[in-house]
Design a protein. Structure first.
Length: 68
């Protein structure tokens, strides 16, 4: 698959996955986002870094190992 086609497909997949909670449970998402807005910046930063590290590890494992 050409790199640009892969990139566009991956962005599409991210948008699909990110939108599912809003479609399935909009009220729960509203409450969750309200809770997120009330959290301290430091906590959000740590959660963001944990998500970033998890994503990087998953990408590395998918590309460099035969795990998947």
């Amino acid at each position: 698959m050409p790199p640009m086609k892969l990139l566009v497909s991956l962005i599409g997949m991210v948008l699909i996955l990110e939108s599912l909670p809003y479609v399935a449970a909009p009220d729960a998402m509203r409450n969750w986002l309200k809770q997120l807005s009330e959290m301290e910046s430091g906590v959000l930063r740590v959660l963001g870094l944990a998500a970033l590290a998890s994503g990087l590890i998953l990408c590395y494992l998918a590309q460099k190992t035969n795990m998947f």
